[in-house]
Design a protein around this ligand. Structure first.
Ligand code: NAI
Length: 288
């Protein structure tokens, strides 16, 4: 049921990196009016390029009729003031608590509608911390998309203890009814459902490699051919980014203090070395 505020049409996205661009794209493809805010002109230009390339690929594959029509619904800006009239704002900036709480504080001052939803795509920062940075924590919710956003159907909905049912149900109506995704409900705990299960699995594979038990190729082949996974855990870590994998492991460890969430030394050393996976060209595998 959609309560006060009705179906949302005007969305704001803050951050136009890997995730923000994907979120902005799926919203514009669903017919929404999208304003994306980046931190500088250079970052906004890079974001616009990222969006245009992705939409052109989607058009070439016949997934959308017209990339330029979808681009027409996307506006890039560098000032948060551009979000004043939004019905929902989805935050997808760096995974840094201070940066995010500062942003939520500013959004609270700028966004006018009292029913506007403030959503965060955070993977590990408690939604409660973002909620209490605003004067309306009942409107703050975690809406956690998966990479690549246009392809993966899942969204985790994460209300905090103070999030209203109306906010949760309006977020669900957007995610399922407008964006065509599938939402699952999780409590406000580090890792939510998917990362709390996936990260210890990836860490176990790294420990297995580190101990010399098997090669990276054999570990990955084992899971692909023996358990029908679409890719092995080490290739997956390279895709997520080893820095991100380590950061999520650390926040899970911080929350639960369980050894299974502790980042193995090999992962820490690889991050120190700048071997971050696909994005740096080398991780457990080398990329052209
Ligand atoms: P990214 O580094 O690709 O993008 C972050 C973007 O935010 C950058 O373009 C940066 O210029 C911009 N930015 C930083 N501070 C800003 C500010 N104050 N105002 C406006 N723009 C700002 O990061 P990515 O991977 O897109 O992650 C974003 C969020 O999504 C993080 O919270 C992350 O934990 C979460 N996430 C990441 C996933 C992944 O697979 N990478 C999956 C699901 C969630």
């Amino acid at each position: 049921m959609v309560g006060e505020g009705g179906v949302m049409e005007r969305v704001g996205v803050v951050g136009c990196g890997l995730m923000g661009a994907g979120i902005a794209e799926v919203c514009a493809r669903a017919g929404m009016d999208v304003v994306v805010v980046e931190s500088s002109e250079v970052a906004a230009a890079a974001g616009r390029m990222r969006l245009a390339k992705s939409l052109e690929r989607a058009e070439a594959k016949g997934r959308i009729e017209s990339a330029s029509e979808v681009l027409g619904r996307l506006r890039l800006a560098t000032e948060l003031d551009a979000l004043a009239d939004r019905e929902i704002v989805v935050e997808a900036i760096v995974e840094d608590e201070a940066a995010k709480t500062d942003l939520f504080r500013k959004l609270d001052e700028i966004v006018v509608s009292p029913t506007a939803i403030f959503a965060s795509n955070t993977s590990s920062i408690p939604i409660m911390k973002l909620g209490v940075a605003t004067s309306r924590p009942q409107n703050v919710i975690g809406v956690h998309f998966f990479n690549p956003v246009p392809v993966l159907r899942l969204v985790e909905l994460v209300p905090s203890l103070l999030t209203s049912t109306d906010t949760t149900e309006r977020a669900r109506a957007l995610v399922e009814g407008v964006l065509g995704k599938k939402a699952i409900d999780c409590q406000d705990r580090a890792g939510f459902v998917v990362n709390a299960l996936l990260i210890p699995f990836v860490l176990s594979a790294i420990r297995m490699l580190e101990s010399g038990f098997a090669t990276a190729e054999d570990i990955d082949q084992g899971l692909v051919l023996g358990a029908a996974h679409p890719q092995g855990p080490l290739a997956l870590a390279d895709l997520i980014g080893l820095d991100t994998t380590k950061a999520v492991a650390e926040s899970l460890y911080e929350e639960f203090k369980e050894p299974l969430y502790a980042a193995p030394p090999l992962l820490a050393r690889m991050v120190d070395a700048g071997l971050l996976g696909r994005k740096s060209g080398r991780g457990f595998y080398t990329y052209a």
